[in-house]
Design a protein around this ligand. Structure first.
Ligand code: SAH
Ligand code: SF4
Ligand code: F3S
Length: 441
């Protein structure tokens, strides 16, 4: 049996694709291995969102070629594969297989072809719309947590972003299919599902069956209600696009305990001028009014965001507006990125005029503000009892378990193996930099 090692970079869409690939490969006579040195095939699921992410592919293939005596078949999947296609065979020596994001369902066929002596194989073809969750023993990052892509692709074309090019146009899965998957996962013992997509709240299925029971709401909040009605213990969703974030999403959270209290709402900048140049389609004021609604909720909804510093033309003054917005929103967590020009995007043509030193300085400044709010937000849990899904043994100690709270905080705690897969009450006894520590009560 050929052994496959699969490494995943990038966002949760890639994680989900990798899970799907692992499941299909296992069903098709390949064996997934956690040992890279042992593998007959190394698949790299790539990300292209920033230059650094893309460079990981090059360094990985270089490392494989240098250190591995046994020459494994090397396959490139994901966004770099979709964007670069067959040119990767020339750009990187030692690549045998290129599988685009749209051909991810056909990795097994492509690998079969390589082993049949087909030489270098590339498939960037059309993506098949639905996939088979009924395959025995699905391979997921956790047996208790599952990702369900509800919308693929992106139509927004923010000027800096490569994703619309690597993932194509938005396609929403029918609600009835999503609900079917949730029910099936629940039957398999999954406790928490994440509805995922580049912009989940732009959800707009062409077939609205499954949403009839929730009239008068936006399609995404209808979907949330329909999924909540399945009775699955926990539902999380990300990412949300600010322009399409409507109050009825918060209403849905307030009406359903199993809709978790966490919203990831990337703002990117606190300056209207920069937001316009980014084509984010929202203003700071409109964003703030959405934040006000989220913060007004008795559900105590955790709020996280993404930020880009050093976008072309971002002045010191623009940056200070971002810092002010951070003070206003008091994010529980923020992912801060330095602007990275991506070939083929509209902003690639704009002068990348904020120096790296200045980008770094702005990054550090924001990070400092962020850490302050993060520490404050974590400290509020000290001494409190929160509900945690026990997902696995902690990486540091076999006596501890690790999981997430409803607001998506990492919580490590003293507990026993029989708790795995259960939602347990944990009393928080210690606040760490990025996580909480406690004991099961
Ligand atoms: N669809 C989501 C995010 C997708 S990409 C949204 O619209 O919010 C994840 C994050 O990567 C983005 O939110 C953005 O902060 C960052 N990002 C995307 N392109 C980038 C670039 N060219 N340079 C730096 N950061 C970038
Ligand atoms: Fe990229 Fe904008 Fe689409 Fe998000 S919404 S994936 S940032 S183009
Ligand atoms: Fe990266 Fe592709 Fe996701 S570019 S962020 S892996 S959609």
């Amino acid at each position: 049996m050929k052994k496959v090692f699969l490494e995943t970079f990038g966002c949760q869409m890639n994680v989900s694709d990798s899970e799907r690939v692992a499941t299909t490969l296992s069903a098709r006579g390949y064996e997934m291995t956690p040992m890279q040195s042992d593998a007959d095939v190394i698949l790299i699921n790539t990300c292209s969102v920033r230059e650094k992410a893309e460079l990981k592919l090059y360094s990985q293939v270089g490392r494989i070629r240098k250190h591995f005596e046994k020459k494994p078949v090397v396959g490139v999947m994901g966004c770099v594969a979709q964007l670069e296609g067959e040119t990767l065979f020339d750009k990187i020596e030692g690549v045998d297989l290129v599988i685009g994001t749209r051909a991810v369902g056909r990795v097994a066929e492509a690998l079969d072809d390589v082993f049949k002596g087909g030489g270098q194989v590339a498939d960037l073809g059309e993506r098949e719309p639905d996939y088979d969750w009924d395959v025995a023993e699905p391979q997921r990052h956790s047996p208790y947590v599952a990702f369900i892509p509800i919308i693929e692709g992106c139509n927004k074309f923010c000027t800096y972003c490569i994703v619309p090019f690597s993932r194509g146009r938005e396609v929403s899965l029918p609600a009835s299919e999503i609900v079917r998957q949730v029910l099936e996962l629940r039957r398999q013992g999954v406790k928490e599902i994440h509805l995922i997509g580049q912009n989940v709240n732009s959800y707009k299925p062409s077939d609205e069956s499954g949403l009839e029971s929730f009239p008068g709401k936006t399609p995404f909040s209808q979907l949330l209600r329909a999924v909540a009605a399945t009775g699955i213990e926990r539902i999380k969703f990300n990412t949300s696009f600010p322009r399409d974030f409507h109050d009825d999403i918060v209403d849905a959270i307030e009406e359903n305990d199993n809709l978790c209290n966490w919203v990831h709402l990337p703002v990117q900048s606190g300056s209207d001028q920069v937001l316009r140049a980014m084509k984010r389609l929202h203003t700071v004021d409109r964003y703030k009014s959405k934040i006000d609604r989220i913060k007004s909720s008795p559900r105590n909804i955790a709020l996280t965001t993404d930020i880009i510093v050093g976008f072309p033309g971002e002045t010191r003054e623009d940056f200070e507006k971002t810092a002010e917005l951070f003070e206003y929103c008091e994010y529980d967590m923020a992912y801060i990125f330095k602007y990275s020009p991506r070939f083929g995007t509209p902003s690639f043509k704009m002068a990348d005029d904020v120096t790296l030193e200045e980008k770094t300085a702005r990054f550090n400044e924001l990070e400092k503000i962020q850490k302050r709010f993060q520490t404050e937000s974590l400290s509020r849990y000290n001494g409190k009892t929160i509900s945690v899904l026990a997902e696995k043994f902690s990486a540091k100690s076999q006596d501890d378990l690790s999981g997430h709270s409803t607001c998506h905080r990492v919580v490590n705690f003293k507990g026993s193996a029989r708790m795995l897969g259960q939602i347990v009450d944990v009393r928080v006894t210690e606040v760490k930099a990025n996580s909480l520590y406690g004991e099961a009560v």
